[in-house]
Design a binder for this molecule. Structure first.
Ligand SMILES: [Zn+2]
Ligand SMILES: [Zn+2]
Length: 124
């Protein structure tokens, strides 16, 4: 029981430290700094549980696959840096959904993924 709590806390901590969407391999890497014995199956099991209780949600990136992020945040967009391979949150939304669709179409939601170089990687 105690061990399980430590594992879950290590996974939660990765999200509290980074405040950006994380892939399973990133979570595993960060979690292992706290709990050396952490393995992929344990990470998957805990992520599933954290999604079920509404602490995390899943993002499906069109190219990069599945990411996890803290649930309950305001709508925002995403930016992927191809140099450091991290996904960032871009707060807010400048997209006017209604103006993009033909008459009669009803937009219910959208996701925006930007691609490029982040400020840390762009510095030379
Ligand atoms: Zn970068
Ligand atoms: Zn938006």
């Amino acid at each position: 029981m105690r061990r399980k709590t430590v594992q879950k806390d290590a996974i939660k901590n990765a999200f509290l430290m980074e405040s950006r969407p994380l892939r399973v391999d990133e979570i595993l890497q960060m979690g292992r700094k706290v709990v050396k014995s952490l393995n992929q199956a344990t990470v998957y099991r805990n992520l599933k549980c954290l999604v079920e209780i509404g602490w995390l949600r899943i993002i499906n990136h069109p190219d990069l696959g599945i990411f996890y992020e803290r649930a309950g945040k305001e709508h925002h967009h995403y930016f992927h840096c191809h140099a450091c391979d991290r996904l960032f949150e871009i707060p807010g939304c400048a997209l006017h959904e209604k103006e993009f669709v033909p008459p009669g179409f009803v937009t219910e939601r959208h996701q925006v993924f930007l691609f490029g170089i982040c400020s840390a990687c762009g510095r030379t």
